[in-house]
Design a protein. Sequence first.
Length: 688
Amino acid sequence: MFKFFLQFPDNFRNSEGGFDLKKALTSATAGISALVLCGFMLLWLVDSVIQRGEKVLEENGTDLAKPMRSERGDATGNSDAAIAQSGPIADEPSDDAEPDAFEDDIQSKSQRTSGGGSSASASAAASKKSSRTKKSDWRRELIHRLLSEAAEMAIETERPIDYLVKIASYQESTKDGEGAEESLAAATGIAFNASVEREVLSESLTKVVRAEADYGSVDRAADLSEQIPLPNYRSSALYAVSRTQARRGRFEEAKSTARNITSEKRRIDALASIAIYQASRRDLEAATQTAREAPHPSEQERVLNRIAVTLARTNQVADARHTVSLIADPGQKSDAMAEIAVARAQRGDFSTAENMSWLITDPLEKYDALARISAAQGRQKDVRGALHTASLIPDRDIREEALEDVAGWQAKLGDIVGAKRTTRRIRDPRDRAEATRRIAYAQVLWRDPYGARQTATSIGAFAEREDAMLDVAQAQARMGDLHQAERTAEMLVLADKRASVLSEIAEFQADAGQHSAAQANLIEAKSIASTIDASRVRSSVLVEVAAAQARASQLNDAFNTIIQIPEERSRLKAWRVIAASQAISGDIPGAVQTAQKITEPRTQQNTFIDIAKYVGQETPLEEAREALSHLQTPEEKIRFVLSLTESHFLSGRRPRHLAPGALDPRRGQADFERVFRASLSRQLLGRS
């Protein structure tokens, strides 16, 4: 067959060397037949291999995920990748693991080292997952015990009801319904037993009713509200009950509760809440009837306004416009139409939004609606439409604010030339400077450091120019472009801004392993800070330097910097920031030691509470409890427990700061203005 293909060109020629059509057709037919035969042979070979593989799997088990031995694998045949997928392997259980979790860890490690094949590997993975689940349950149980202890301590405080209500909300959030019920019952008992004055009793019971309505029993809340002696407090409590009943779909009960409210304002608010919940469930007729129960026509129209907005936000445009037609007051109608137009724009229906905006009779409402529609178009990357909508606004101030937003979105999407063209249409110096500042920041995100500096330096006003250069340097540091960040920092004139940004650059350099460069920048920042004459400004900058030194693992230098801070208040703030930084990095014992160095009692107690606030999910809770032993009063201990609960179950671990490259728009990150302000180091230092 192979010889046939090698001689295939010769089969086209006759004996004289010319082309022979009949012979060529015969040879082509033979060649095609040979190719078909080869294809059948290949299919037979593949089928044989598959059948052999299935037989092997039947003989050795069908776990296709059985790890293969790699060059870098361990002794059991598990590769590094397989080990990474199975989760971290702990040499020892954590201090807060319960006994069952400890036994599961031992069993899991025994199976991994026994070489028991794929079934042993799967069993080990399942055991490891079960261990993590039990460990999480154990942490939750410990938090529940701490909250129960906090509830007992709350009785000894000056404001026991406030603390018990707060603790109950945390217990409900951590799925401890029984504990929340006990805390609210204790608060109720204290309210009745300790309150002699009618006003104190009314205020206390109102707090309990609100808590019961939000995360307890709404029926108990309704019963308690009837026992409140003063009518104003009782009206507030009944409003909370009615709102919760409406939220749970118990509309008739909610309306019955609302009718018992003596305060007219609270009764109208309750009826509005009921109508809104009815509208959100697409029951327009019932919502309209509820609105008609308001005593005055003006209040009825206010409720109808809120119904129309709710309908628009739930994509019920026809019903929303019908509801607006029931409103006679021009102001209420304009407000409702504006909200509907903006709601449509936020859903991407820009043509309907623009058409509805022209039906708004109040000029300011119309201009404001057009500005908000333009912003919605920018957020959804319809920059051309946003520019068109902004140009329709007659009022110069509102139009230029809208154009500022459009320029920011153009720059964010990479249209720097278009953004600068839009900026030139802004006549107000401050708005134009802010738009230019946003363009410079966006150029950093698009990896144009030279263009960013050039744009920032084009701002005429000195203060705005310095702010823009500071933004550029900080953004470059967070993008990981540390060399360009240093070059931009050199162009800053104000000493406090330059020292501040050098401190931040040093943090990222330390994270990147550039320790000598980080130390040099911190020394320079400290030297620059010492030249600042104003004591308050110098103190603020030195706090930032000390914080950066601590986060760069230069604790001794940070402590020495604190000594040089002239103002006592700033020194105390520096201690708190350093302790919080240590807690964020997981060094709870070090954070406790830092807190112990603080001589002012109140700041020291707040620092211990900060430690609880910034404890991470992976930090053993027993280490965090060590800080609790340094607190003195019940109030401080309660605040500590609440902070610890929040850090573990309600908000999660706070990020240390943004990683280099986190602001790159091509990685699909969130809005750069929001991300720009998300650095925890700025939060700790109280910077915006």
